[in-house]
Design a protein around this ligand. Structure first.
Ligand SMILES: [Fe+2]
Ligand SMILES: [Fe+2]
Length: 142
């Protein structure tokens, strides 16, 4: 992953590709939305706009997790329960922070939101999603 130190944006690279086209597409859209949020937080744009972007990211994450879970179920992925639990935890953490920020925006919550989203990208796509796609691909070959 490449990260610009100046603006903390996440730069898309092939490293993120997991090889399942529709999921790769959604990961890319999510990263674009996250970068949009980072830009808005950094530039202190209108708070309503930032809150709307937070909501868009939430909806995208929710829809993405649902699609990914249906892929895992249809392939009878053995680690499905753990992966689904990870999705739920990420969504819970994000919701909690988003709600706090919505009520009373402060730099501490802003930093927490940025960190959760970064963790989502770095840890989750690069480890759990990749592991899932590799196992599914290897089982499809057998
Ligand atoms: Fe994913
Ligand atoms: Fe996932």
């Amino acid at each position: 992953m490449t990260e610009s130190a100046a603006d903390r944006s996440i730069v898309w690279s092939d490293e993120f590709l997991i090889g399942i086209e529709e999921l790769d597409y959604e990961h890319r859209c999510l990263i674009e939305d996250i970068n949009k949020l980072y830009r808005e937080l950094r530039e202190h744009v209108d708070m309503d706009r930032t809150k709307a972007t937070l909501g868009i990211i939430y909806a995208r994450m929710q829809a993405h997790f649902a699609l990914e879970e249906s892929v895992m179920v249809s392939h009878k992925y053995v680690h499905y329960p753990a992966h689904k639990a990870e999705h739920e935890r990420l969504l819970d953490e994000y919701t909690e922070r988003m709600t706090k920020f919505d009520r009373n925006p402060n730099p501490g919550d802003q930093k927490a939101i940025e960190d959760i989203l970064r963790q989502w990208i770095v840890d989750h796509i690069l480890t759990s999603d990749k592991k899932m796609s590799l196992m599914i691909a290897s089982e499809d070959r057998t």
